[in-house]
Design a protein around this ligand. Structure first.
Ligand code: GTQ
Length: 350
């Protein structure tokens, strides 16, 4: 039942105008004029359902590659701006997303910031990301972390352009006014660990003896696609296939079983060919990228036909229903762990 207090406010009489002006001059305002947009009976997101076709974004990004070097740009990225909140560099109310390009021979210099970042690799032939002294080769479909305040740089010693999706919690960090950032003294940080060290040490269902984590982020920072994909494939055979989600798994921090980073959660789901999912909604606005296959997702009143590497966004509390033409895999990320930590998260199956 809708609470009438949120909807039936009488029109302010003309004679109150002078009073409202005097309030205004004293930096005060009548709550009763603002209450309905302040305390809403359910989420009313300014951000809209939206789709970015990868091939369109890619050709613009390659144009950017001719205009500006990675060095000049610091990060050569096209920001995916939600059409409902243009100009804010946000894809949702709480998250940033962009598509980054590193051309052969380029490096993106070492820096760190309070914002947590993830990468979902789209194209790469030998490019790497380094985090705190360890490099990891980026392969298509890999989910890579750059936890808060960790030094990171990217490089592409290969022969082809490297392109990936960045997801950052910049809007959350800035909402709290807690942003710090700095450069590392050198362009590239020294490599102090062997490639694959983190995954061997923390990512094999084992931990070093008496291991105590000093971070809120996972100590593994690459979740290779072949492993995740294989798990989904086995589970498709074992079932059950969820009527809303297909076969959907969440990436975890192997130390805690919780999310890989405190503010951002990430997911991978397999929609078998012919999947015709039921509608689902949750309060965490979610960004999807098609890792394989093609399909159609109904997002509120919109219907998005997506193919390989297309990106779409589902606003908070907006119903989404996925269909897959052929076997499809969707990567997604959202602020779900932050909402859960604050006791805010809700979901609803239709
Ligand atoms: O790779 O460090 O898309 O700092 C935006 C800010 C990527 C990065 C972005 C960043 C980065």
């Amino acid at each position: 039942m809708k609470n009438p207090v949120f909807f039936n406010k009488p029109e302010a009489p003309a004679e109150w105008k002078d009073f409202y002006q005097r309030l205004d001059h004293k930096n005060t305002a009548p709550l009763w004029e603002a209450l309905a947009r302040l305390v809403m009976p359910e989420p009313r997101p300014a951000c809209l359902p939206a789709l970015w076709q990868y091939q369109e974004v890619r050709s613009l990004l390659m144009e950017a590659g001719k205009l500006i070097t990675a060095e000049q740009a610091e990060r050569r990225v096209l920001v995916l701006e939600n059409p409902g909140i243009r100009g804010l560099s946000q894809i949702t109310q709480s998250l940033y997303a962009g598509i980054q390009l590193i051309l052969p021979g380029e490096v993106a210099r070492t820096h760190r910031h309070v914002a947590s970042a993830l990468r979902f690799v789209i194209e790469s032939d030998g490019a790497y990301t380094a985090v705190e002294g360890e490099r990891t080769t980026m392969r298509p479909g890999d989910f890579i972390l750059t936890p808060s305040w960790t030094f990171h740089d990217h490089g592409n010693p290969g022969g082809k352009p490297a392109i990936w999706m960045d997801g950052l919690d910049v809007p959350i960090v800035n909402m709290f006014d807690t942003s710090f950032a700095e450069h590392f003294p050198a362009e590239q940080q020294p490599v102090t660990k062997k490639e694959g060290d983190a995954l061997s040490r923390y990512g094999a269902n084992m931990l070093p003896l008496e291991y105590k984590s000093s971070s809120m982020a996972a100590p593994v920072f690459n979740y290779p696609y072949d492993r995740s994909r294989e798990a989904l494939e086995r589970l498709r055979k074992n079932g059950p296939v969820d009527s809303c989600h297909g076969i959907k798994m969440q990436y975890i921090n192997p130390v805690t079983g919780g999310s890989p980073m405190p503010t951002i959660g990430a997911f991978l789901q397999l929609l078998p060919a012919g999947f015709n999912g039921e509608a689902y909604r949750s309060t965490d606005a979610t960004i999807y990228c098609a890792a394989e296959g093609s399909g159609v997702s109904k997002v509120g009143d919109a219907s998005f036909t997506w193919g390989l590497h297309d990106i779409f966004v589902v606003p908070s509390w907006c119903p989404v229903a996925h269909q897959a033409q052929n076997d499809a895999v969707l990567f997604s990320f959202s602020d779900r762990p932050a909402q859960k930590a604050l006791g805010l998260w809700r979901e609803q199956r239709s």
